[in-house]
Design a protein around this ligand. Structure first.
Ligand SMILES: Nc1ncnc2c1ncn2[C@@H]1O[C@H](COP(=O)(O)OP(=O)(O)O)[C@@H](O)[C@H]1O
Ligand SMILES: [Mg+2]
Length: 276
């Protein structure tokens, strides 16, 4: 376990104490968005989003390109700030966090796999994974080496430490970027379009890996995607954002049964793009 963390683990809602797949039961949510509004100039992106995420669950945020998925989820690490509304993480209001120190704690406990996350070309795979440890901890070389090996093993990339990023396939690069996001043992992982640009077999591989992370590390995961196949593989629940609001929230089975017109359009569009 990493050092003195933090909002997520000090909440009493550590995913490690929740049942796997933490479905919305009696437990309080780990993360709550309430009345989130966000506009860029005249462009209104989010208009009153309410969303709860429960400890240990994998929630997929679906929506067309430009619907505000990244804007919403990146608020959890302070990359975007709502114009109105409240976000609590482990019961603490994060829209009021002021100091870099407060943000730092939360960011260190959140693995954020950016859309198109890239490794640094000038470093080996192992050095890439060690990078957050070098930056944020005073662990010994030995400890770091052990943890680099552990993180790479967790994503099925043992024995790749010494390789250059250019020697890895697209799927392996995505795995290595995930290993780097896991470097400091986050309790929350945000995956932004983790399968974009990958072939279907590699997409499935990434989906299985997301599941594996949830099961073995008991992390809470938010997956931003428009990939229905991935959603089916990983989602405990999914939500659809449309015109700045959530128009669906439920299981994938409920999603495919939903009669909401935008859900129907979203499902239909996917079938057109990816015929069986
Ligand atoms: N920093 C920004 N400045 C202006 N517009 C932005 C900014 N960030 C996002 N947007 C706009 O907000 C909308 C939602 O963006 P985003 O959340 O990235 O969509 P997506 O659902 O594809 O992740 C888009 O129209 C995008 O152009
Ligand atoms: Mg996006």
């Amino acid at each position: 376990m990493s050092s003195s963390l933090n909002l997520l683990s000090s909440s009493g809602l550590s995913p490690r104490e929740e049942k796997p797949g933490g479905s919305p039961g009696a437990a309080a949510p780990l993360i709550s968005f309430r009345g989130i509004h966000k506009a860029f100039g005249a462009k209104v992106v989010l208009q009153g989003v309410d969303l709860d995420v429960y400890a240990g669950e994998t929630l997929v945020v679906l929506g067309r390109s430009g619907s505000g998925k990244t804007v919403l989820t990146s608020m959890l690490v302070g990359l975007n700030v709502p114009d109105q509304g409240s976000i609590t993480v482990g019961g603490k209001e994060i829209t009021k966090l002021k100091s870099d120190k407060d943000w730092r704690k939360l960011r260190l406990d959140t693995g954020y796999l950016f859309q198109g996350s890239a490794l640094y070309d000038s470093m080996t795979v192992g050095e890439n994974v060690a990078f957050p440890m070098v930056q944020h901890t005073n662990w010994s070389e030995e400890d770091m080496a052990r943890r680099v090996h552990e993180k790479l093993s967790q994503v099925g990339l043992a024995e790749t430490e010494g390789l250059e990023p250019s020697e890895l396939s697209g799927g392996m690069l995505r795995r290595a970027a995930l290993a780097r996001s896991l470097a400091l043992d986050p309790h929350l992982i945000i995956y932004d379009e983790p399968t974009a640009g990958l072939d279907p077999i590699t997409c499935d591989e990434i989906g299985r890996l997301i599941r594996h992370m949830q099961k073995t590390l008991k992390v809470t995961s938010i997956v931003v995607s428009h990939d229905l196949r991935l959603t089916e593989l990983v989602a405990d629940r999914c939500t659809l954002i449309y015109r700045g609001d959530m128009v669906f929230l439920g299981t994938f089975e409920e999603f495919v049964q939903s009669t909401h017109p935008e859900v129907r359009r979203f499902l239909h569009k996917d079938q057109e793009e990816n015929p069986a």
